[in-house]
Design a protein. Structure first.
Ligand code: KIV
Ligand code: NA
Length: 278
């Protein structure tokens, strides 16, 4: 099986086949996502929250992203991998943006990069695309700007905001982005953005009309995700409970000496045992 291409993703929008996207941050999570048939893996800077334990994505570094992208890429060699450019690794000029994006591809083995912003980053997006680096946009609730936005709130509820978000989406498309993540906007705005574009929208908390959906690995699996249940997440397993009770059973087995048993131990020749240890 070959990884999906950005050409195929545009065709999927045209034919109405939804694009499934899930985050993954290391070898086992990426391997399981690939084996389960996911279309695209996103190595999101949400790893700051769910893997590194930060309160926001702001402390995540480019080195963190390279390290995790490389591990995920080793686990999913047949899957299209997008890696986030973290906070302030773009917007400092085209040359810096190009260098940083190149690291995610050359060292991280990503197929594409994602960056948060709209018309304001269109020039940087165009420079990346011209250099052969596919770019996924990200508009709506952009977590790297959480302090500017004043919290994790639904975006585009006011007329001016809603119009601006459509403008941003069109600017990203014109700059050559191959897809756009639309995060935490009202369902009608998600639909308006999706129908304004030829490139696919990948929604997260953006309603039913987007061309694809993305969720965070630790959220759908309830794998010790640090946040309370979010309206836009659907959970498919409770790994937190499963893992915690498995580890607690291991602890009591060690304490009670129920583990290890003979079957977990390595025998020695009986004659030699007698000779050595009487
Ligand atoms: O970092 C991330 O996981 C993301 C998705 C939630 C879109 O940007
Ligand atoms: Na992100």
């Amino acid at each position: 099986k070959q990884p999906l291409t950005i050409t195929k993703m545009k065709k999927m929008k045209q034919s109405g086949e939804p694009i499934s996207v899930l985050t993954a941050y290391d070898y086992p999570s990426a391997k399981l996502a690939e084996e389960a048939g996911i279309d695209v893996i996103l190595v999101g800077d949400s790893l700051g929250n769910v893997v590194l334990g930060y309160d926001t994505t702001i402390p995540v570094t480019l080195d963190d992203m390279v390290y995790h992208t490389r591990a995920a890429a080793r686990g999913a060699r047949q899957t299209f991998i997008v890696a986030d450019l973290p906070f302030m690794t773009y917007r400092l000029g085209k040359e810096t943006t190009l260098r940083n994006a190149a690291r995610l591809m050359q060292e991280g083995h990503a197929h594409a990069v994602k960056m948060e912003g709209g018309a304001d980053i269109a020039e940087e997006v165009a420079a990346l695309v011209q250099a052969g680096i596919p770019v996924m946009g990200h508009i709506g609730l952009t977590p790297q700007s959480v302090h500017q936005l004043g919290g994790y709130k639904v975006q585009g509820k006011l007329e001016q905001e809603a119009k601006q978000l459509v403008e941003d989406a069109l600017a990203l498309e014109a700059a050559g982005a191959f897809a756009i993540v639309v995060e935490l906007v009202t369902e009608p705005l998600g639909e308006a953005i999706t129908s304004a574009l030829k490139i696919p929208t990948i929604g997260i908390g953006a309603g039913r009309s987007c061309d694809g959906q993305v969720l965070v690995y630790h959220d759908i699996l309830q794998y010790s995700s640090p946040y309370r249940a979010k309206r836009f997440v659907k959970t498919y397993a409770d790994l937190g409970t499963t893992v915690r009770s498995a580890i607690s059973a291991y602890v009591s087995d060690v304490k009670s000496k129920a583990f290890p048993q003979e079957e977990h131990s390595f025998p020695m020749d009986q004659e030699l045992v007698k000779h050595l240890y009487g």
